[in-house]
Write a protein that binds this ligand. Structure first.
Ligand code: GRF
Length: 186
């Protein structure tokens, strides 16, 4: 099963997905890593690890035109499922409709709590005792599609958004490959 991953930055979840895909019983293969930020560190990692990459900044382009270029790259690579991994751009309704039910995302909160940005700061400010990450289907509603899997961590009294993010990220790296493998064989 061919997976294409969209990133904008560090790409640690992308790397976790690629690393898991190397196990002989993994049901998916990462055939393309694409980024809207040509300088994304994750792109260099993917290229160094033998994965085809596609980099294109949307600057100066209409959104539809930009997404058509991404779509073409994904189709060229015969991508069947798109995994968003720190992709910081909203996909248009038209793009989501074109890939309906075939785009997944990882979000660093226990959805439906804390959609959007600054999830860890918001969880700490609310006095929550646990936080976590969710893998979900992408729909037109931001962070709103069906949840496929979650991982929880405890929030410690002395946590800052940064220390909490690091604890959640470790769980993300376990959760995403597991849920993606289940998703492509569903
Ligand atoms: C992760 O926390 C992910 O949940 C969120 O963005 C961050 C991306 O980190 N959507 P990385 O690029 O995978 O390292």
């Amino acid at each position: 099963h061919h997976v294409g991953i969209l990133i904008s930055g560090r790409g640690s979840n992308m790397a976790a997905l690629v690393e898991a895909s190397r196990s002989s019983d993994c049901p998916y293969e990462v055939v393309l890593v694409a980024s809207d930020k040509p300088a994304a560190p994750g792109l260099a990692w993917a290229a160094d690890n033998g994965i085809a990459t596609f980099a294109k900044s949307p600057k100066g382009m209409a959104k539809a035109e930009y997404e058509a270029a991404i779509d073409a790259a994904l189709r060229e690579a015969r991508v069947q499922t798109i995994a968003l991994a720190g992709y910081m751009r909203l996909l248009s309704d038209a793009f989501v409709a074109r890939w309906r039910g075939r785009i997944v995302n990882i979000h660093p909160s226990l959805l439906p709590k804390y959609k959007g940005l600054d999830t860890h700061a918001r969880a700490i400010a609310a006095g929550d005792t646990k936080a976590g990450a969710s893998v979900h289907i992408v729909t037109e509603e931001l962070d709103g599609g069906a949840v496929l899997g979650q991982a929880e961590v405890q929030i410690h009294r002395d946590d800052t958004p940064e220390t909490l993010a690091a604890r959640v990220l470790e769980e993300e790296h376990r959760l995403y490959p597991k849920v993606l493998a289940e998703f492509v064989t569903r």
